[in-house]
Design a protein around this ligand. Sequence first.
Ligand code: PLP
Length: 493
Amino acid sequence: MPLHTNSNARPSLDADIYGTEAAGSSVPKFRMPQGELPPDVAFALVRDELFLDGNARQNLATFCQTWMDPQVHQLMDMSLDKNMIDKDEYPATAELESRCVHILADLWNSPKAADTIGCSTTGSSEASMLGGLALKWQWRKRMQAAGKPTDKPNIITGPVQVCWHKFARYFDVELREIPLKRGQLGMTAEEVLKRCDENTIGVVPTFGVTFTCQYEPVAAIAVALDHLANTTGLDIPIHVDAASGGFTSPFVTPELLWDFRLPRVRSINASGHKYGLAPLGVGWVVWRDRSDLPDELVFNVNYLGGDMPTFALNFSRSAGQIIAQYYLFLRLGHDGYRRILQNGYDTGQHIGREIRKLGPFELFFDGNPMNGIPAVSWVIRDGADPGYNLFDLSDRLRVRGWQVAAYTMPPNIADVVVMRVLIRHGFSRDMADLLLEDVRRSIRHLQRHPVSHPEGPAEATTFTHHALPLVPSDDRQRSLPPLTEEVLLVPAE
Ligand SMILES: *Cc1c(COP(=O)(O)O)cnc(C)c1O
């Protein structure tokens, strides 16, 4: 008999869950059951299905938080019934959100943190959409005022996270994405300038690139755009996608210039649930000045009581993540964030040093905090043929529960295969050593049981390191670059 046709699925209160009829039948997959189940039985069935998910703490492919202290769990539980959008009903929650915005504006060195404007979002994806929309509206106003057409907006980025592809398609903006090249692993001022015209709504450097873990050189790009404005009148704003870097650099490398210290940076987004250390479901976008957020994008609604301005793609959602974010700011302070992140960088560098001893690996990103986020990535050395590739290694690590991403680079250099480990809150040095031991074990296994690749020996991983050097640990962002020819390349006519 299928589950739930029997209204008495739990015959007696003292029956063991796995002795019930429910535990002995298939669960419904396509249709809602007619009858009810006792909550403990339904809970056990659902919980057990989830065993097949990977273990989140061993997921080294995600940027998002997988460890939370008990107080965060408690606050999340307390906030389950609070809708963050009801600012009138939950003024204390609204106040915490507003404090977070101003704390972030200050963290990102806004000259007038108290006057900045911003909001929480569900993550950097929504925050990017809002940042992009503000750029588009501001550009349209500029063009209309000049009596120019407004039908062909474009936006310039480096190799971006998919949210910017979505922004471009959903909101009808041409995406001018600077491709990765051998020898050039990110946006450069020169490549940006080649793509600027009067239809450019903004330039979006990524501060912590998904594929390379590196910071793009925001300061050099800002200087180049300042020069462009001075020489041609094209005044193009910058929005920084600091999904990861917005919560790493301010604590570990505060001397890097990438934020509101650069007047051209008009808005910044970051993911609270990445290095902001908050639970999944919170991001932030902050505008430098109230005037950077066009009034037309803000709606006022009165049906929740009071008059409430709202600028968001979502409406109702739980307030827990916002409350937890404020708790974390209060709990950890600058010192706490810095210590956690510094441990992360050190652990990434430790893995980098050790991994090279285990196989023919060359570091692709070495975890230097001046250059990027707490992570490490590597490739198989040029010309080496260990008899396996990084996808094989990734598969093999899965046997021990580790989820380590192996992936190809974006189109132009799609033959480059990288293995990447992101170091997050809750990943200790001891866990790194356990991982390294399992890499050693996996390699031994792959050597004893070589994988056959019909297309040839591990070809996909060939990496020409002469043609594609690691980006040097230069100090190009340490301070505003001098106004040299190099930084100030003007676009060729
Ligand atoms: C993660 C990420 C995003 C998307 O952020 P979510 O918080 O997952 O929505 C956007 N840009 C970059 C650079 C990212 O790393």
